[in-house]
Design a protein around this ligand. Structure first.
Ligand code: CA
Ligand code: CA
Length: 605
C-alpha cells in the first residue's frame, strides 16, 4: 500500500461524489436490465443522497434478471477452473462466472518494514526489502542470507494460514514478491526461485484458492522511491534498460513455469507504478506495461494479465487503446486523512462509482486489489457487498500486519508478540530465531475483520447457501411515526433500483417499522435488507411472531449494502423490522429477503 494515495483519492472523491448516492452512479446506463441478487449489475438508480425522496414513499423503475449461484463442488482447482476475462467478468473454462474474494499475503515475499519482519532499518524507520538485503549483506554471505530468508518465509505463511483463508470463504490470495525472490543480483534465475511460490500455488490449488502473482518491487525500484516498491529512494527501473531486461526475463520465467496452471489466476505486472514526474511520463508507464505484457504473451497466451490502474485508470489508458486482451485492471483504495465513519462512507461510495465508471466504459473486469476502511464497519461491509454485486473482485491489504493499533485493521492477524531483528548486531541464530517468531501463532486474530470479510465472502448475495424464500404471499406494511401503515411493494419487487423511503428522520424507540405477514408459518434463519450507503438504519431490531409471541431475533447498529441478520431457525408468521436510533437521515430500503440457509456455521474462533 501507499500512503500518498490520500491526495489522489481526495481528488477522485471530489469528482465522483457529485452524483450523490453511489447506487445512482453505479450503472447509470444499466438500470432495468440487471441487478437481481444473487449476482450482478446495477444496484440502483434511485435519486440523490440522504433524505432525497420527497414522496416519502416509493420510486418507480423496472428491472429484473437472474443468475445462478456458483455450483458447489470439489474445492481443488482443475483445468476447468482456468480463468479468462469475459466482458466485465471473469469466467472459468466451463463458462461459469467467477468472482475472486480474498486477501494479500503482504510482508511474506516482500518486506515492507512497518508491517512485517523487515522493520527497523536506519535511516528509514519503515525499512524496505532492499535495505534488509543490503544490511544482511554487510555481515553474511549470499548463501546465509538465502537461508535466513527461507526461514522467515517458511514461518510466515504455513498451511494452517491457507486453511484459515479458505475457511473465511476466500478464493483468492494476491502474493506480492520482491524481484530477488526470482532473480539474483546479477539478473540470473535463482535455484530456489520457486520454493515458496510453487508451495503456495500447490497448496492454494488444493484448497480452491486462486493465486495472483504480484511483482511488488521491480529491479532498480519502480515506485517513485516509496517503501512499497521495496527499494526506498530509488526509481531506476523506468530508465535503466538492464533492469527492464531483467524484469522481462523475470516475467517470462514465471509465466513459462505457470502457463498451464489453473490455480494461478493472473500476473500482476507492476504494483503501484510511479514513473518519474508522474503524469508527464504516462507514456513511459504504458510502454513498460506493454513491454511486460508482450513478454508474458510470448510464452503464455492464456493467463489473465493484471494492469495497475494507478494512480488512476486514465494514466494507463484502456485495453482497447493499448491492444491488450484478457486483462484485468487493478485499483487500490485508501483515504487515511480522515478515518471517520462519515468520510469513509463517502470515500467508499466515490470509489465504487469510480470503479464502475471505467469498468463499464472500457468493458473490463476490475479487481480492487488493496484497500482499508480502518474501523468504519459500514464502509467495509457496504464496499465488499457492493463490489461483489457488481462482479468486481476484491482482496484487502493485508493478511498479517505488525501494526499495533487495532483500530487500523491492517491485518486479519495483527498485534503480534514478535521481536524486531537488529540487523547490525544480531548473529545468524538470533535472526533465525526472531524470524521463526513471525509465525501466525504469535499474532492475534482480528475478529472485526474476520467477521466483516467472511460475512461478505460467505454470505453475500452471490453466495446464498440455501433457500431464498418466496415472497409471493407476503403482505408488507410500513409504519412511520404516528401514522397508519401503507404498502411498500418496491421493497419486494426484486429490483435493486426501486425502493421504499420512510421520508422522515429516523427515531429511536421502535416508532417506525416495517411489518411483514409471511402468509403462513414459515421456517427461516436469515433476513437481508439492502440499503444505500446514506439512508441505512442507524439502529435496528428484528422481531418475529412465533407461536403468537413476539420474539427478538437480532438488533444492532445497522450498515449499508446488505444488512445480513442471521439467527437460529424460527417458525414465524410475521416479521417486524424497527428503527432504534435517532438520526437526521431517512431510511431507504431497496429490498428485503428472507432465507432458510443450510447449516453454514461461522469459522471457529
Ligand atoms: Ca524464497
Ligand atoms: Ca426494489
Amino acid at each position: 500500500m501507499k500512503k500518498l494515495l490520500r491526495t489522489l483519492f481526495g481528488c477522485l472523491c471530489a469528482l465522483c461524489l457529485c452524483g450523490g448516492a453511489f447506487f445512482a452512479a453505479c450503472t447509470p446506463n444499466d438500470t432495468g436490465s440487471s441487478g437481481m441478487p444473487p449476482s450482478s449489475g446495477s444496484t440502483g438508480s434511485g435519486s440523490d443522497s440522504s433524505g432525497s425522496d420527497p414522496s416519502g414513499s416509493e420510486s418507480d423503475s423496472s428491472g429484473g434478471g437472474t443468475d445462478e449461484p456458483d455450483e458447489p463442488g470439489d474445492p481443488a482447482l482443475t483445468a476447468e477452473d482456468f480463468l479468462h476475462t469475459s466482458g466485465q467478468t471473469l469466467v472459468n473454462a466451463r463458462g461459469e462466472k467467477t468472482l475472486l474474494k480474498g486477501t494479500n499475503l503482504g510482508g511474506w515475499l516482500h518486506f515492507e518494514g512497518w508491517m512485517d519482519g523487515g522493520g527497523g532499518i536506519e535511516p528509514n524507520v519503515w525499512g524496505n526489502h532492499q535495505a534488509v538485503l543490503d544490511a544482511l549483506g554487510e555481515r553474511f554471505t549470499d548463501g546465509e542470507i538465502e537461508e535466513l530468508l527461507e526461514i522467515y518465509q517458511d514461518a510466515y505463511i504455513a498451511e494452517s494460514d491457507l486453511d484459515y483463508i479458505a475457511s473465511l470463504g476466500f478464493n483468492l490470495v494476491r502474493i506480492p514478491f520482491y524481484w530477488t525472490e526470482i532473480l539474483d543480483e546479477d539478473g540470473n534465475v535463482k535455484e530456489n526461485a520457486f520454493d515458496q511460490l510453487d508451495w503456495a500455488v500447490e497448496n492454494c490449488r488444493e484448497r480452491g484458492i486462486y493465486v495472483l502473482l504480484d511483482l511488488h518491487g521491480a529491479p532498480g525500484g519502480h515506485t517513485g522511491g516509496w517503501v512499497t516498491g521495496g527499494f526506498t529512494d530509488s526509481n531506476e527501473f523506468w530508465t535503466n534498460e538492464t533492469y527492464q531486461a531483467w524484469t522481462v526475463k523475470l516475467w517470462q520465467t514465471v509465466a513459462l513455469r505457470y502457463k498451464d496452471e489453473p490455480a494461478v489466476c493472473g500476473y500482476g505486472l507492476l504494483n503501484e507504478p510511479v514513473p518519474p514526474d508522474g503524469a508527464e511520463h504516462a507514456d513511459n508507464e504504458r510502454e513498460m506495461y506493454d513491454m511486460l505484457y508482450e513478454a508474458v504473451r510470448a510464452v503464455d497466451e492464456e493467463h489473465i494479465v493484471v494492469m495497475g490502474a494507478f494512480y488512476n485508470f486514465d494514466q494507463l489508458g484502456s485495453p482497447h487503446v493499448n491492444d491488450w486482451q484478457n486483462v484485468v485492471y487493478e485499483t487500490h483504495h485508501y483515504d487515511d486523512a480522515d478515518k471517520s465513519d462519515e468520510n469513509q462512507n463517502n470515500f467508499m461510495a466515490s470509489q465504487i462509482a469510480y470503479i464502475n465508471e471505467y469498468k463499464v466504459k472500457w468493458n473490463v473486469p476490475v479487481l480492487a486489489g488493496e484497500f482499508s476502511f480502518w474501523s468504519a464497519e459500514n464502509a467495509w461491509r457496504s464496499w465488499l457487498y457492493t463490489l461483489s454485486a457488481m462482479d468486481v473482485s476484491w482482496c484487502n491489504w493485508t493478511y498479517k500486519n505488525t501494526a499495533q493499533d487495532a483500530a487500523l485493521n491492517w491485518g486479519l492477524y495483527h498485534l503480534p508478540d514478535v521481536e524486531s531483528v537488529d540487523y547490525q548486531n544480531d548473529d545468524f541464530d538470533t535472526i533465525a530465531a526472531k524470524w521463526r517468531g513471525y509465525a501466525t501463532e504469535n499474532y492475534t486474530r482480528n475478529e472485526f475483520l474476520r467477521a466483516v470479510m467472511s460475512d461478505a465472502a460467505l454470505y453475500g448475495w452471490d453466495k446464498i447457501d440455501g433457500e431464498t424464500l418466496s415472497r409471493e404471499n407476503w403482505e408488507a406494511t410500513a409504519y412511520t411515526a404516528g401514522e397508519t401503515g401503507h404498502a411498500l411493494p418496491h421493497a419486494f419487487d426484486g429490483d435493486l433500483t426501486t425502493f421504499y423511503s420512510n421520508g422522515e428522520a429516523q427515531q429511536s424507540g421502535a416508532a417506525q417499522w416495517i411489518e411483514i405477514d409471511l402468509g403462513g408459518e414459515t421456517a427461516l434463519n436469515r433476513v437481508d435488507v439492502f440499503c444505500p450507503h446514506t439512508d441505512y438504519a442507524r439502529g435496528y431490531e428484528l422481531s418475529a411472531l412465533v407461536g403468537g409471541e413476539w420474539v427478538t431475533l437480532g438488533s444492532g447498529t445497522g450498515y449499508a449494502g446488505n444488512l445480513t441478520m442471521r439467527f437460529d431457525k424460527v417458525q414465524a408468521t410475521q416479521l417486524r423490522l424497527a428503527l432504534t436510533a435517532d438520526t437526521a437521515v431517512w431510511w431507504r430500503v431497496y429490498e428485503i429477503f428472507a432465507y432458510l440457509e443450510n447449516e453454514a456455521p461461522m469459522p471457529e474462533n
